[in-house]
Design a binder for this molecule. Structure first.
Ligand SMILES: Cc1cc2nc3c(=O)[nH]c(=O)nc-3n(C[C@H](O)[C@H](O)[C@H](O)COP(=O)(O)OP(=O)(O)OC[C@H]3O[C@@H](n4cnc5c(N)ncnc54)[C@H](O)[C@@H]3O)c2cc1C
Length: 114
């Protein structure tokens, strides 16, 4: 598999093969936020990877609802969730007070340097 243009995984043509097995366990880890419950009840928009879509201030498509961390970024690391939490707090503060005073260490679209 390889990353496609939309960020999802795509098969690499010509690499398919069959492996004999008696038991197959899928260790997929975090494959996206649970849709049933809060996400469906709120009706927030999702991005092309099934995570909760947000704008540059971490606002979702629903008024007064913000998202940070794995729910918006997808499977990631704790340092990103912490940084997103701080940036989302700055977004909430700006939304509530119309000021721009709190530090926002990262943008929702920031990715690790490669
Ligand atoms: C097995 C595993 C190992 C990992 N190992 C590492 C590691 O070694 N290093 C590292 O940096 N990262 C690791 N990660 C990733 C890291 O845990 C996540 O990136 C990070 O925890 C994301 O933080 P978060 O606050 O966005 O989400 P979470 O930590 O998942 O917190 C979300 C919280 O929201 C709660 N919640 C969900 N739905 C609702 C609801 N409807 N109402 C109320 N509460 C709700 C959940 O119970 C949870 O407490 C690992 C992840 C997994 C799954």
């Amino acid at each position: 598999m390889q990353r496609g243009e939309g960020g999802g995984f795509e098969p690499v043509p010509g690499t398919e093969r069959e492996l004999p097995a008696q038991l197959v366990l899928l260790a997929m880890g975090f494959v996206g936020p649970e849709k049933a419950g809060l996400i469906e009840d709120l009706g927030v928009d999702l991005d092309e990877r099934g995570n909760v879509a947000r704008d540059k201030e971490f606002r979702t498509s629903v008024d007064n609802v913000f998202v940070a961390g794995d729910m918006g970024r997808g499977q990631s690391l704790i340092v990103w969730a912490i940084a997103e939490g701080r940036s989302a707090a700055a977004g909430v503060d700006a939304y509530l007070t119309d000021r721009d005073m709190l530090p926002a260490p990262i943008a929702p679209t920031d990715r690790p340097l490669t």
